[in-house]
Design a protein around this ligand. Structure first.
Ligand code: GDP
Length: 301
């Protein structure tokens, strides 16, 4: 499956090492736990999450009187699955069944925001939906052009103004145009500069207000895009944006190129935010709806 191919690098440092450990070691002792802990941390599952996981595993071993490491495999899978679900079920994308669905994308430059918007636009088009894009990153040179390129590739229009203009004005235009055309989906790019954080957060809040005012009930999702290959940095960004910008879900990109796939577990466990999509490549169809069971299955099966 695509998930499995995309997770190849993570499998090589995480799954293969876990499997090797579980067959090599004959009993569950301190040395075993230490080695498992090391593997998990090496896969960027994150110290806090690893500690929680290890406590859980120890408790389970005691309770079920498990002696063989191999018996731990299904328990580890189950614990990871629970963490990835964050207690609930996988949450699909929230859409507006009776009007325009507005999705706002936030995140730091270079994480794959534009690419994700392009992929999602293509996905909606495949589903027969009409899509409009809003070039809300008026700050970074090239961001507008880049979105335009994706718009042309996918065959959807981009509402834009020149670089340096007020992003909230672009959003206002985009909302008007979305209503005039009565499109199904409006996907909005935003700036991701990290210098001048305060200003960026204010800018995002203003964009939110404009969209809310122009299209009642919108935005239906505010998706924070994170680059999985940056490992613990992605977790830091999740904390920074998650608290301030009304984020409702996460997209984790570039899982295909990294061995740090464990970061998905750390972020899901430490942030009370569902992972909605994962990016598994640079092409239009390389965006996968996140499914905890499939993810764990792809790791271990
Ligand atoms: P933005 O600055 O956040 O808009 O980032 P871009 O969308 O321009 O993406 C930055 C780079 O990451 C580009 O070269 C993309 O092709 C690449 N990229 C984005 N998503 C993925 C992904 O899921 N996998 C891989 N391998 N590359 C990706």
């Amino acid at each position: 499956s695509k998930f499995k191919d995309g997770l190849a690098k993570t499998r090589s440092v995480f799954t293969d090492r876990v499997a090797e450990l579980f067959t090599r070691r004959q009993k569950i002792d301190e040395a075993f736990y230490e080695e498992l802990e090391e593997i998990l941390i090496g896969a960027d599952v994150g110290v806090n999450t690893v500690m929680e996981l290890m406590d859980d595993l120890r408790a389970e071993v005691k309770k079920r009187k498990i002696e063989q490491p191999s018996q731990l495999q299904p328990i580890l899978s189950e614990k990871l699955m629970n963490m990835l679900r964050g207690g609930g079920e996988d949450a699909g994308l929230r859409t507006n069944s009776s009007g325009i669905t507005v999705i706002l994308f936030v995140g730091v430059n270079g994480v794959g925001k534009t690419t994700t918007i392009g992929k999602l636009a293509w996905r909606f088009k495949q589903q027969g939906k009409s899509v409009l894009l809003a070039a809300g990153d008026t700050f970074r040179a090239g961001a507008i052009e880049q979105l335009q390129v994706w718009g042309e590739r996918v065959g959807v229009d981009v509402i834009r103004q020149e670089a340096g203009s007020d992003p909230a004005a672009v959003m206002y235009d985009a909302a008007q145009e979305a209503k005039r055309r009565n499109v199904d989906v409006l996907l909005c790019d935003t700036a991701g500069r990290l210098q001048n954080k305060v200003n960026l957060m204010e800018e995002l809040a203003k964009i939110h207000r404009v969209i809310q005012r122009e299209i009642p009930g919108a935005p239906h999702e505010t998706l924070l895009v994170l680059d999985a290959a940056t490992g613990q940095n992605a977790l830091q960004q999740a904390k920074l944006f998650g608290e301030k910008t009304g984020v409702t879900g996460l997209v984790l990109t570039k899982l295909d190129g990294t061995a740090k796939g464990g970061i998905v577990i750390a972020i899901r466990n430490e942030m009370a935010l569902p992972v909605k999509f994962v990016g598994l490549g640079e092409q239009m169809d390389d965006l996968q709806e996140f499914d905890a069971e499939q993810f764990v299955h792809a790791l271990f099966a």
